[in-house]
Write a protein that binds this ligand. Structure first.
Ligand code: BES
Ligand code: MN
Length: 463
């Protein structure tokens, strides 16, 4: 381990330079104009994995390619096999004007590396790659066989990955999946997340008149789709954020006393949180703490709202249409299919006859939860403690990584969620960053993890 630790320390500056190269690709999966940037980014990653010494393939799919990189194997596999999952696609960088420096021109300031994708997720899986580089370059025996699976469609729902897992089920059979793509409470609270919320995305469009109309000539005699949409949306949630869709809460698993106690152990300062978010007052469902509200309770949010004239000055029209992008976050034992059914039924009941409504379901993902007491979780907690030097915390995450359920269903493997994203890393926001101290600790955590997972007690069965 000493040699690995020194290797990671000595090469830190080069690792940061390499990560900057990786971050220069505008690999925005939501925007069709970036299709070729995604391919180029994946090709860069393939070359990089090969340089590290991994047996690497670029796998074409109907969408963006998947990168598969395997550690060198002995002829007869005797080591436990794990997958390391990550995604090279990133969220759109808009609004550009709020970035202090261009999102795809990485910039180091203090110990922060600013760029879109720095924390979500290029920096995080790069830390795992560098841990493996350290093993291979120092000739240290790696106690596990690993396969990196890095996809390019996580931010748009991972459509291609599940069929890929099915097709390569035999090669990808494993004892578990390691994912660093969630939050880190603080460097003094290294974090293992044992749950994720699910998600159900949809778009609601209301069509009114066949064209924008003069609001003076026609207004008063015809409904306004923008207004009708606002009235509909206003009935989806009560004033404290409790979702107002009938039957929505039927399947929600209540929080256990044990979980509430664990959540209360996380450091939390309401005034600091409010200030950090820039809101005049916090908001949320009654009788739950903010930590519970944002990780263990379901929500409904408007993510985007479009209608009418958005330019300078006034334009007196009745818009022809209005559209809202909505996502619901789900908790055990809700499912995206049922959530979509319930909201559709509710909206149909509420929709006035003066407009035509269209509802399109988007991507979905089931909520996820594992037992915090399992053997692999304990091994990961030891690696976290050793790397960060502090007692780890266990938590449930509010975000979603839908593919974890496919790993479970198709490969029968649980995911260990060892996040490196700090609360102020601005994932999905302007000025996203990755903390370079956390990067260093993350590489160490990666290195220790394979020792902890590869030790004898975890070798009983070999998949
Ligand atoms: N890395 C995030 C998920 C995440 C972030 C989980 C922080 C927990 C804590 C991931 O890249 C992401 O943003 N996923 C999307 C899901 C999706 C289907 C678009 C999300 O949660 O919005
Ligand atoms: Mn992510």
């Amino acid at each position: 381990m000493q040699r690995i630790e020194s290797y990671l320390e000595e090469n830190r500056d080069r690792f940061v330079r390499e990560l900057c190269e990786y971050l220069r690709f505008p690999s925005v999966s939501a925007q069709p104009q970036h299709r070729s940037d995604l391919s180029r980014c994946a090709e860069w990653l393939v070359r990089h994995c090969r340089q590290i010494g991994l047996d690497t393939k670029l796998c074409a799919t109907a969408g963006n390619p998947i990168v598969i990189a395997r550690t060198p194997r002995a002829a007869s596999a005797t080591k436990p096999h794990y997958l390391v999952y990550g995604h090279y696609d990133v969220q759109p960088a808009e609004p550009f004007e709020l970035w202090k420096s261009p999102p795809f021109e990485p910039r180091v300031e203090g110990h922060s590396l600013f760029a879109r994708g720095a924390t979500d997720n290029k920096g995080q899986h790069f830390a795992h790659l560098k841990a493996i580089e350290a093993y291979l370059s120092t000739g240290t025996d790696l106690p596990c066989d690993l396969t990196f699976v890095v996809e390019g469609e996580e931010e748009v729902g991972s459509q291609q990955l599940a069929p890929f897992l099915k097709e390569h089920q035999a090669d990808l059979a494993c004892k578990g999946v390691v994912i660093s793509d969630t939050g880190l409470v603080s460097p003094k609270h290294p974090t293992l997340s044992y749950g994720l919320r699910g998600i159900c995305a949809l778009e609601i469009t209301l069509d009114g008149p066949s064209r924008d109309l003069h609001s003076g000539i026609f207004g008063g005699s015809v409904d306004n789709p923008a207004m009708a949409l606002c009235q509909l949306l206003a009935r989806l949630r009560d004033k404290n954020g409790r979702v107002a869709i009938p039957d929505f809460y039927n399947d929600v698993a209540p929080l256990t006393a044990y979980e509430r106690k664990q959540m209360a152990r996380q450091p939390f300062n309401e005034a600091a949180y409010r200030k950090f978010l820039g809101v005049p007052k916090l908001f949320g469902e009654r009788s739950f703490t903010p930590i519970e509200q944002r990780s263990a309770r379901p929500t409904l949010e408007i993510n985007g709202l479009t209608s009418g004239y958005q330019g300078d000055g006034t334009k007196t029209i009745i818009p022809s249409w209005a559209r809202a992008k909505i996502t619901m976050r789900l908790v055990p034992n809700q499912t995206p299919a049922k959530a979509l059914r319930l909201i559709t039924r509710h909206l149909k009941q509420l929709c006035p006859p003066t407009v035509r409504m269209k509802i399109e379901g988007g991507h979905g993902g089931e909520p996820y939860m594992i037992s915090p007491e399992g053997e692999q979780v304990q091994a990961a907690l030891r690696a976290l403690k050793r790397a960060f030097g502090y007692e780890p915390v266990l938590m449930r995450e509010g975000g979603s990584i839908p593919i974890v359920n496919d790993f479970k269903r198709i490969l029968k493997a649980d995911s260990l969620l060892l996040g490196l994203a700090l609360p102020d890393d601005n994932a999905h926001s302007p000025n996203e960053k990755f903390d370079l101290e956390v990067f260093a600790k993350g590489m160490l955590m990666g290195a220790y993890l394979w020792q902890e997972l590869g030790n004898k007690t975890n070798r009983s069965s070999n998949k």
